[in-house]
Design a protein. Structure first.
Length: 143
């Protein structure tokens, strides 16, 4: 296997990326850096769509860091920072729709891709908690 040196995994942050069939995969957590054929199409959803899915029983997964969560958070969200997701993935149910969110949507997109690669049903809330505050609940503080 060809190692891609000086490339850190976006999920576990380790320098363990290997090249496999024109893709890079982390040998530590298994994250494929480029979309794979089994990944669902567009995984981003708007905050309004996320709100409707949450009302129907979807889980809202906050992948920001703990200090960001303590600054402001969305009621009923569950905190698992992106860097801890590999270690806490077993706490999630494959039977429940998962909606990931972060501050603006970058980390949550990575988290949703990772979860989908591992067999979960995940979507990423576009625009993150910032967009939620602007379009769904202005009581959620912006930072």
């Amino acid at each position: 296997m060809d190692y891609i040196y000086s490339a850190h995994c976006e999920i576990c942050k380790r320098e363990t990326l290997e090249k496999i069939n024109d893709n890079a995969v982390c040998s530590n957590c298994g994250y494929f850096t480029f979309p794979t054929q089994n990944e669902k199409g567009d995984i981003e959803i708007s905050p309004k769509v996320a709100q409707k899915l949450i009302e129907r029983g979807a889980m809202l997964l906050d992948v920001r860091d703990k200090d960001e969560y303590e600054t402001t958070n969305i009621n009923s969200s569950v905190l698992i920072p992106l860097k801890e997701l590999i270690y806490k993935i077993q706490e999630l149910s494959r039977d429940t729709q998962i909606i990931t969110h972060c501050h603006h949507g970058v980390r949550s997109h990575k988290a949703a891709r990772f979860l989908n690669q591992k067999g979960y049903n995940a979507k990423s809330m576009k625009g993150g908690i910032e967009a939620w505050s602007l379009t769904v609940d202005p009581k959620v503080a912006r930072y």
